[in-house]
Design a protein around this ligand. Structure first.
Ligand SMILES: Nc1ncnc2c1ncn2[C@@H]1O[C@H](COP(=O)(O)OP(=O)(O)O)[C@@H](O)[C@H]1O
Ligand SMILES: [Mg+2]
Length: 363
């Protein structure tokens, strides 16, 4: 008897600033999933947070359905997920969340799948949340002895209460240029490169409009090297790639609007450097308890050759021309085979969870 196809829900869109990027990533994923192995069920999350399953959810979101909202959806219906078109929601074997940024890549949606008992691709609640939070992430790296650039973390409430003291503290510990970031965002949203105290103050105000936790980070004149990691308990690292931006830094405009950033794969760096980066990438993945996939980003100091961990992205851009799939392609793993592996890893992780004892054995 022919084994029936695995039913895979691909979830895309979402409430973060990376909604459109997610649509592009998901379109590539849905096109490349091997239809002899999987039946694909598209699930779209609107920018207002409604879950769309009827008709062609990808087209509905592309047409801008339910994108006109000032506040988060609260239907008051008691539904677990707002607007869930439950009558259309099919039974699935596995979920492939192709969501970037907050409310997608940060453990929230992963928690929902845990509660629903559904296997899903990618990191769990902890790894996703840790990978989304730049302050927690850096603390974990530092605790593991992994190299990060110096930073100062602060709460928005403290910044608002005593701005001069905050500026003094940052200036005492870091030198310009200083990068100012909200702790929990992606796509360079809310990030400023500050050259003086005035910039620093306006950067902190901007970051504070996005998050209640902020960081100021030592700027480094660096090349940006990225490495793809794939696996669960014994992850492997791809070749390294380099991103060269045409702007002052790799900001939102460079990433998504100008489209003039260039990827060099493999990165032209000394072998010893690339081996160090690949090893650090796996260590970073393990330190955050990631699963499935992550793209680990580095700063390579132009002057000293030092390597610093910049951040981990647990659901990196996933179009067929994005860095993560490209890195695997260059490492001998084509796009649709990469998807097969991610699905196998998700099933393996779900099986492991299943094996774990739920209750204490009293003796
Ligand atoms: N400490 C730093 N030194 C030099 N450039 C930085 C630094 N921090 C961030 N950048 C630049 O800003 C970009 C976005 O920062 P990043 O921390 O990766 O945030 P995001 O999660 O939004 O991608 C980086 O790709 C890099 O170009
Ligand atoms: Mg980044």
């Amino acid at each position: 008897m022919m084994r029936s196809r695995l039913r895979v829900a691909v979830v895309f869109g979402g409430q973060s600033g990376e909604h459109e990027v997610s649509l592009l990533s998901a379109r590539s994923v849905m096109q490349a999933l091997d239809k002899t192995k999987y039946s694909v069920l598209p699930v779209g999350i609107s920018t207002c947070g409604r879950w769309l399953t009827a008709g062609d959810p990808w087209q509905r979101l592309s047409d801008g359905e339910d994108s006109d909202c000032d506040t988060a959806v609260n239907t008051g219906s008691g539904a677990l997920v707002p607007g869930w078109e439950a009558e259309h929601f099919p039974a699935v074997d596995l979920v492939f969340p192709v969501l970037h940024g907050p409310m997608g890549e940060d453990g929230t949606v992963q928690g929902l799948f845990e509660l629903a008992g559904l296997p899903y691709v990618g990191s769990g609640v902890l790894g996703s949340a840790a990978g989304m939070d730049k302050l927690v992430m850096k603390d974990i790296f530092a605790a593991h002895g992994l190299p990060v650039v110096p930073h100062v973390g602060l709460l928005r409430s403290r910044w608002q209460a005593e701005p001069e003291a905050c500026l003094d503290e940052i200036e005492a510990r870091l030198t310009y240029p200083i990068f100012v970031k909200p702790a929990n965002l992606g796509s360079s949203v809310g990030i400023t490169k500050a050259y003086d105290r005035t910039d620093l103050a306006s950067g902190l105000n901007l970051a504070a409009s996005y998050d209640r936790r902020l960081l100021a980070e030592q700027g480094v004149d660096a090349r940006e090297i990225e490495c793809a990691v794939l696996g669960n308990d014994t992850p492997r690292a791809s070749v390294c790639g380099e991103v060269v931006s045409n702007r002052e830094f790799y900001d939102y405009r460079a990433k998504y609007i100008d489209n003039q950033s260039r990827l060099f794969i493999p990165a032209e760096i000394p072998t010893a450097t690339s081996e160090r980066i690949r090893s650090l990438a796996v260590q970073a993945f393990m330190a955050l308890d990631c699963a499935g996939l992550a793209r680990v980003d580095f700063l390579l100091d132009r002057a000293s050759g030092e390597v610093y961990l910049l951040e981990v992205n647990t659901m990196p851009g996933f179009t067929s021309i994005s860095m993560y799939p490209k890195l695997w392609e260059a490492s001998g793993l084509p796009y649709s085979k990469l998807l097969d592996q991610l699905i196998e890893l998700a099933l393996e992780r779900a099986e492991e969870r299943h094996q774990a004892r739920q209750h204490p054995v009293l003796q």
